[in-house]
Design a protein around this ligand. Structure first.
Ligand SMILES: Cc1cc2nc3c(=O)[nH]c(=O)nc-3n(C[C@H](O)[C@H](O)[C@H](O)COP(=O)(O)OP(=O)(O)OC[C@H]3O[C@@H](n4cnc5c(N)ncnc54)[C@H](O)[C@@H]3O)c2cc1C
Length: 291
């Protein structure tokens, strides 16, 4: 099947209008952002919304804003805008690293931060990166805004904390002075989904790990994170031995599935190796040894 079923189409004029349309048209109404996940599913009839509510006109959701101690990234910020942002490159190189390897320019020009997080694909890259950064999801409904840590945002594959009559409006990422970060992914070919991917955020206090976040994608890590490896590193020495041990722990505690991208042992090995590499890179960046 390559043709979607019939649906009604509305273009939301504001966030409130989108919420009102979702309420009026009920559970078979879907938001459409970049459409790069939803439209292929509709063509295959894996999704058959009765109503599509287009949020592409909501320019106030397409803003990257620096606030005192955080950066607020609107849900309609496109992958390409995140990749090109000097503010993001300065504060969160993990996001710039991740965006370089998400899909291809055609997908990045349309796909959005909000659509990526809300699709909640277990191999999605930004969820791992935002989880490593301990970002917060800002969700709006008829009763106002609520905040959910990205580490609690995913309820399972393709399931999130966003209720039907709500929108994800932004992701807020804390700016941690003196921290740095990195992301690495292994893919079968350029533009493909990850075989495995890892992201790390480190704040060093001299040679000690003061704060750490580790995100994993495509390897069945609960909530896209590796808390055992974080606990091992926090408060300890920022040495290569510690980063290798953290990689071992991350590999041991993830739960990959075998598929056409590889067997379980291979993915587990990658989870460990990529974790060690991104920790090394984040440490080099925070010491000013690498851009
Ligand atoms: C060929 C290809 C390769 C790809 N490779 C990768 C990859 O390597 N890594 C990766 O991470 N991703 C990859 N993607 C996915 C890409 O990042 C998409 O942009 C993303 O999955 C969905 O974003 P979207 O804006 O297109 O969302 P849509 O397809 O418009 O929406 C996806 C879902 O989210 C909901 N939604 C959208 N916005 C909101 C909102 N603000 N609030 C609440 N719900 C919302 C929709 O109702 C829908 O259910 C790939 C996609 C394609 C087509």
């Amino acid at each position: 099947m390559q043709v979607p079923a019939q649906f009604e189409y509305f273009k939301a004029t504001s966030v409130d209008d989108a919420i009102a349309l979702l309420t009026r048209h009920g559970p078979e109404s879907f938001l459409v952002a970049g459409g790069h996940s939803l439209l292929p599913m509709m063509k295959l009839r894996l999704a058959e919304p009765e109503t599509l509510i287009d949020i592409n006109g909501l320019d106030d959701l397409a803003v990257i804003a620096v606030e005192s101690d955080r950066v607020r990234i609107g849900a309609m910020v496109r992958h390409s805008a995140l990749l090109a942002s000097p503010v993001i490159a300065e504060h969160f190189p993990i996001l710039t690293d991740a965006e370089r390897v998400i899909a291809d320019p055609v997908v990045r020009n349309r796909g959005t931060v909000g659509g990526s997080l809300c699709q909640a694909d277990p191999s999605e890259d930004l969820s791992a990166a935002f989880s490593a950064m301990r970002a917060t999801a800002v969700i709006r409904g008829a009763d106002g805004e609520r905040q959910v840590p990205v580490r609690e945002f995913h309820r399972g594959p393709y399931e999130t904390a966003v209720e039907h009559e709500e929108l994800l409006v932004a992701v807020e990422v804390p700016i941690l002075a003196g921290s740095s970060s990195a992301y690495a992914k292994l893919e079968r070919r350029a533009g493909d989904w990850a075989v495995a991917a890892a992201g790390a955020m480190l704040r060093l206090d001299g040679d000690t790990v003061a704060e750490v976040g580790i995100g994993l994608s495509a390897v069945g890590a609960s909530h896209f994170v590796a808390p055992e490896a974080e606990d091992l590193l926090r408060g300890g020495p920022a040495t290569d031995d510690a980063f290798v041990e953290a990689g071992r722990l991350a590999a041991r505690h993830c739960s990959p599935s075998a598929d056409q991208r590889g067997p379980v042992d291979y993915k587990r090995h990658l989870a460990g190796e990529l974790t060690t590499r991104v920790l090394r890179r984040a440490a080099r960046r925070s010491r000013g040894e690498e851009a």
